[in-house]
Design a protein. Structure first.
Length: 355
């Protein structure tokens, strides 16, 4: 079975009110391109207001997407020769791709691709804009195939190397190589090479992420040193579980994909004998109360680490954790064997049990 990814979403009356407030935007006098562009940029702050439930939040977000889309389409139609025309089209493409996934609208995603293809065919674009379009096409492909097969992965790497060759000084090469490295967890040697390439372009934030990745790679195949006093009040040392396969699940109440994965962890735990399999949880929550509520909701009885410091906690920092959910597998000898067991988790566990 696979864990959910990746990668937030306001009652119908409220959404309608937001939409009514938005329809005036395309009706503005079209002589003020600068003012309209400023209004579009202001939307980067996101929707206003608090949503009491996820359903309400979702509806409010959809209404906000409607507002953004109307504004961008109106701008593109009103100012065809404006300096921000390409960026407006890139923004619209990105928005349509997001809507295509969140709202299950294939036509929105298809239009997103068409916008980028049209821009890519425009040879009059200056190099900087060409780079923006090329980068957007690669990231859209990554979004389209988050779990690429070998052929798709090769196509993605070809696109990344082509981007680097055409735009060798573009700092976004670092992001592309770092993202590509996540696809090579089963091949640590290639993963290291890609991370080293990414490091050439990295700013301080990306450097920290890459150093975390190197830290995890350095731990691979070695005994996992993980000791803590569990939130349930018992001391835990993963070394004491030798003889069993151990699944280490990193999660937090504020990470919807990792919360959704708790049900899968429970199902997997119940599929194996306690004599040969153990689950250990590591929470990156900052609130003990929210974590306790989560443990109760999912009837979690395996030991869970909690230090209340989130990403900056000693456990997360020592283990190089920088994404959620993260699923590790430790073999019967206590060695960390798999750094990314999100996909095909049960099969990987059975493989380690056979050793």
């Amino acid at each position: 079975m696979n864990f959910p990814r990746i990668r937030s979403l306001f009652p119908r009356a409220l959404a309608a009110a937001v939409l009514l407030a938005c329809v005036a935007l395309p009706l503005r006098a079209r002589a003020d391109a600068a003012g309209d562009w400023k209004a579009i940029l202001a939307m980067d702050a996101g929707p206003e207001g608090n949503a009491p439930t996820r359903d309400v939040a979702h509806q409010l977000m959809i209404a906000f997407f409607d507002k953004q889309e109307q504004a961008l389409r109106a701008y593109i139609a009103a100012y065809p020769g404006d300096a921000h025309q390409v960026e407006a089209r890139l923004r619209l493409s990105h928005l349509l791709a997001v809507r295509g996934e969140l709202e299950a609208k294939p036509k929105a995603y298809e239009e997103s691709v068409k916008i980028l293809d049209t821009l890519a065919a425009d040879r009059t674009l200056p190099p900087g804009k060409q780079a923006d379009v090329a980068y957007a096409r690669i990231t859209l492909y990554m979004h389209q195939v988050p779990r690429p097969d070998a052929t798709q992965r090769d196509a993605l790497m070809s696109g990344i190397r082509s981007f680097q060759k055409q735009f060798p000084a573009d700092p976004r090469n670092g992001v592309l190589y770092a993202e590509a490295a996540t696809l090579y967890d089963p091949d640590p040697k290639v993963k290291r090479e890609l991370l080293s390439e990414a490091l050439r372009y990295a700013d301080d934030e990306l450097k920290q992420r890459i150093n975390d990745d190197f830290k995890r790679l350095d731990m691979l195949g070695k005994p996992l040193e993980l000791k803590f006093d569990s939130v349930q009040g018992t001391p835990v040392d993963v070394a004491d579980y030798r003889g069993k396969v151990v699944l280490v699940y990193f999660f937090a109440n504020w990470s919807s994909p990792s919360v959704a994965g708790l049900g899968e962890v429970k199902r997997i735990a119940e599929a194996f004998s306690p004599a040969e399999f153990q689950v250990v949880g590591v929470s990156l929550d900052k609130s003990r109360e929210s974590l306790t509520g989560l443990l109760g909701k999912y009837t979690i009885n395996y030991p869970v680490s909690f230090d209340g410091k989130g990403w900056e906690g000693p456990v997360a920092r020592s283990l190089g954790i920088n994404s959620l959910p993260t699923v590790w597998l430790v073999d019967r000898k206590g060695n960390l064997r798999i750094l990314n067991a999100i996909d095909n988790t049960e099969a990987l566990i059975r493989q380690l049990l056979r050793e």
